[in-house]
Write a protein that binds this ligand. Sequence first.
Ligand SMILES: CC(C)(COP(=O)(O)OP(=O)(O)OC[C@H]1O[C@@H](n2cnc3c(N)ncnc32)[C@H](O)[C@@H]1OP(=O)(O)O)[C@@H](O)C(=O)NCCC(=O)NCCS
Length: 184
Amino acid sequence: MQLETRQLIIREFTVEDTLAVHDYASNTEVAKYMIWGPNTEEETASFIDRAIEMQRRQPRLDYEFAVELKEEGQLIGVCGIHLSEPLQGEIGYCFHPYRWGRGYASESAKALLQFGFENLGLHRIYATCRPENIGSAKVMEKIGMKYEGHLRGHMRHKGKWHDSFQYSILEDEYAELALTSKRV
Ligand SMILES: CC(C)(COP(=O)(O)OP(=O)(O)OC[C@H]1O[C@@H](n2cnc3c(N)ncnc32)[C@H](O)[C@@H]1OP(=O)(O)O)[C@@H](O)C(=O)NCCC(=O)NCCS
């Protein structure tokens, strides 16, 4: 499975990606709003194992993809889509801080919407972020997802209860957006 955007190759993980993933996954700033991390080497190795294991599952419900810069061939982050309920998917993304602010998260997330709606035939795609994670909320808004609400104290990790903002996009909204961007 491989997706291609203007600047990125979004592809399956291999064991060779472990060091490049650990480089960002062990970073405290990166893990600040995540339910995981900062990772130990063992935790990163176990993430890679799980990502590879997903590739073999039938039916396949989980996709974690490595995001690579086309020009440099360098792995800069991860994005994924998980089919939690029938015809619905949850997306997520995480990038090396050295690469923040260049549109890569938005480009990857948009590719995930295309994959989810056009290849997997989904009806609804959603995502959550911690309310303080302004960058992530902006990515969701930028790709056409709509704010659904504020989930209060709904998940517990790192010893605390956390709130989330939830966003989603439906198949007809995506179709309209895809049509509009083709017209421009
Ligand atoms: C959140 C994250 C994915 C954003 O990635 P990115 O590649 O910098 O995002 P983009 O460059 O596509 O930015 C999209 C928009 O958000 C804005 N933005 C990004 N980070 C921001 C921040 N920290 N504060 C305010 N705005 C921010 C960008 O300026 C851009 O807006 P614009 O198009 O109007 O200029 C990245 O910071 C990250 O990997 N963080 C750690 C992991 C994480 O939190 N993942 C999300 C979990 S829900």
